[in-house]
Design a protein around this ligand. Sequence first.
Ligand code: GLY
Length: 372
Amino acid sequence: MTLDVTMDNSLLTVNYDSKPCYDIAFENNFDNLLNMMSKAIDLDGIKVCIVSDSNVSNYYLDEVKSILSPAVSLVTDFVFNAGEASKNLDIVRSLYTHLIENNFERRDILVALGGGVVGDLTGYAAATYLRGVNFVQIPTSLLSQVDSSIGGKTGVDFDSYKNMVGAFHMPKLVYINISTLKSLKKREYLSGMGEIVKYGIIRDSVFFDWVVEHADKIKSLDIDTVKAMVYRSCDNKREVVEEDPKEHGIRAYLNYGHTLGHAIEKLSNFSYLHGECVAIGGILAAEISKDLGLIDEDCVNKIKEAYYLFDCPDITEYDVSKVVKTTKSDKKMSAGKIKFILIKSIGDAFISRDVSDEEMTKVLEEYKNAKG
Ligand code: GLY
């Protein structure tokens, strides 16, 4: 099948409350950044704080700063240590201090330049500083380009609870420069496929097949192929968040693979990447769907093959009972029950509140025994 690789995959508009809210720009460089930002925000006389981490800032901070500097009154930057361990209220507090010391006011803006940690943390600071200032997402990892930069979920971890403190706060613009993926380590790039394969599994079987067919080009980072893939993923996410912006219904489908995936990620002390854990969680959710008679073995194998095509690691060092226990502290609970996302086929997800601890234990043990 083809996936409009040749068409103009350069812009999507995300609606909120049935009105256009923000654009997602798909570019191969930063040349159009100032133009897109000035369409989204009145830049005249404002201050900009670029928030980035100790990895990404080495590659792109100077370039983005020099693009924005001529158009605004001040560009400042706030750079923190890369990694999930920084996604906490202490770093947000330091960022507030930086903004106060630089006299940031209501009209001034934050720009998140980095992956999911940078985007979530910056968005949360933007949602809360002075009761809310504008922010722009420049996601530089595959995972943040196709998932976390879109839909207005912002937040930080609290103690060992992932994303426990947060707010919905929509960006003014999401500017995706596909070329930034070239500076990622291969493992980090491929881990983003955990979320991309997920879109196929939960709602887009055509895309699922396309991703499998184009695995070689995706792995070698063929820019046109990857751009089409990122665009289609964002279009899936756009449709979901437009229909259910605050996760009262179908937005929860995006959590496919996340119930067990998050628990495994947390117990590994984040030594595995989020997308890798989502992939394992996705395989286990498929196994549960099979055990409940919803899909057959062939369907599970297709899902496994898709994840393994993108070098999803075998993660087996978990303690089964601890993983099951940890799922209870996940914030995706409702009335004390886990909202588990299962599938009836590739492309057709639903929410189940009936997945038992025994069922989770069974698939976790089988996976561990088969792979360990
Ligand atoms: N990352 C899942 C969501 O945005 O709802």
